[in-house]
Design a protein around this ligand. Structure first.
Ligand SMILES: [Cu+2]
Length: 128
């Protein structure tokens, strides 16, 4: 059945609108916002606190590199309490048997930290 000119025009307009919406979603400013949000939601990085006969506890890995704002999570899997203490942050006692502490730093730099109870325990956070 032959469609009227108006019907054909209507369909063409509808297709044009859908294509335009696609172009806006995938290339427009909202696309960039989605990318920024995805970056901010980067998965957290885990540092385990393990038992070490030489230093009582040890951060594993000793050095961790993250993006600005990215969360670092310490999990104490050793057999005594420890802390994550540095310039401007202090976890307080992180209990043994999976006690946790989360931290995110917004300024780039290298941050050294240690355990208040066991000063031989040292770690470094690099924020880039
Ligand atoms: Cu400790």
């Amino acid at each position: 059945m032959l469609e009227s000119r108006f019907e054909i025009f209507g369909w063409a307009l509808a297709v044009l609108v859908v294509v335009a919406m696609g172009v806006i979603v995938f290339t427009g400013p909202y696309h960039r916002i989605n990318r920024v949000q995805a970056k901010a939601a980067a998965p957290s990085v885990t540092v385990k606190i393990v038992t070490d006969p030489k230093t009582i506890g040890r951060y594993a890995p000793i050095k961790v590199t993250v993006e600005r704002g990215q969360t670092i999570q310490w999990v104490n899997v050793s057999n005594v309490a420890h802390t994550v203490t540095g310039n401007g942050f202090d976890s307080g006692a992180i209990a043994n048997n999976n006690g946790r502490f989360k931290l995110s730093l917004s300024r780039a730099g290298s941050y050294k930290y240690y355990c208040i109870y066991h000063p031989l325990m040292h770690g470094t956070i690099v924020v880039q």
